[in-house]
Ligand binder design. Structure first.
Ligand SMILES: Nc1nc2c(ncn2[C@@H]2O[C@H](COP(=O)(O)OP(=O)(O)OP(=O)(O)O)[C@@H](O)[C@H]2O)c(=O)[nH]1
Ligand SMILES: [Mg+2]
Length: 246
């Protein structure tokens, strides 16, 4: 798995940054040349920290949602519109995951929501420890929503529990309606599937019903929302669902 794609880099290659505030932390400094653990060890360690995160979230009634998708499907745009729509009704914060740049954190920062950018370096997913450490940098109150935007990748993030209440997989209509069958692990791990960029449906060869059918073949429990994060179409169902989670 990730041992072959660079995820198992030393932790000190991971940085945590608040917009305008400079770096707020680095990874733990492990022994140089640390021997890579086998896949089961990595996932077992992650599961332990994820359980700790989950206990923390439950004790404070923080609903943590892990937004996963391929690059560019509209995670940040969906978050921008969601935060602006729910502002004043619920406290929200965001942990942004990308390999490099503060671009997404800067966009969230412009909405007024607290945000921490996690840059994973070569890593292609967030793990539970990154979320744990990012949470320590966020001043998030009880009864709130925590959005975790994972690194754009339809593969590795499926395997890493972050302690979230649910994974939300976002697929956009420009990606092709076959993605649930080609990347089943992600659609199986998710509780919710947001189909984004529906404003582009007239221009692309994407069959909504077929996409949902493929997704249901993988995971019959999936709940769907069809939205355009750009125009706002379909957002009300998604926003209602979010408020029900609290
Ligand atoms: N037409 C249309 N464009 C959209 C929609 N949502 C997002 N986009 C565009 O898609 C591009 C990518 O959107 P982002 O929100 O940055 O996507 P992302 O999933 O956060 O991307 P990464 O963080 O890089 O994985 C941008 O140019 C957005 O303006 C939508 O609903 N309709
Ligand atoms: Mg983004």
């Amino acid at each position: 798995m990730c041992d072959s794609c660079g995820c198992s880099q030393p932790d000190d290659a991971v940085t945590f940054t608040r917009p305008g505030g400079g770096a707020v932390g680095h990874g733990h400094h492990g022994p140089a040349g640390r021997v890579l653990k086998v896949e089961q060890d990595v996932l077992a360690k992650n599961a332990g920290i994820a359980a700790h995160n989950r206990d923390f979230f439950k004790a404070r009634n923080i609903v943590a949602l892990n937004l996963v998708s391929s690059p560019g499907s509209g995670k940040t745009t969906t978050l921008e519109r969601t935060i602006r729509a729910l502002k004043g009704t619920v406290e929200m914060a965001v942990i942004e995951g990308d390999q490099q740049t503060m671009l997404d954190a800067d966009r969230i920062n412009a909405t007024g929501a607290p945000v921490i950018q996690v840059n994973t370096g070569a890593g292609c997913h967030l793990d539970a420890d990154m979320v744990h450490r990012a949470m320590h940098q966020l001043d998030l109150g009880d009864n709130s929503l925590l959005f975790i935007e994972n690194v754009g990748n339809l593969v590795c993030p499926a395997m890493f529990d972050l302690g979230e209440a649910a994974k939300v997989v976002i697929i956009s209509v420009t990606e092709g309606d076959d993605k649930p069958l080609k990347y089943p692990a992600m659609f199986d791990a998710a509780a919710v599937c947001v189909i984004n960029k529906i404003d582009l449906l007239p221009h692309v060869d994407f069959d909504l019903a077929r996409c949902k059918e493929y997704a249901r073949q993988v995971n019959h429990r999936l709940q769907f929302f069809e939205i355009s994060a750009t125009t706002g179409e379909g957002m009300s169902g998604w926003l209602d669902w979010l408020q029900q989670q609290l």
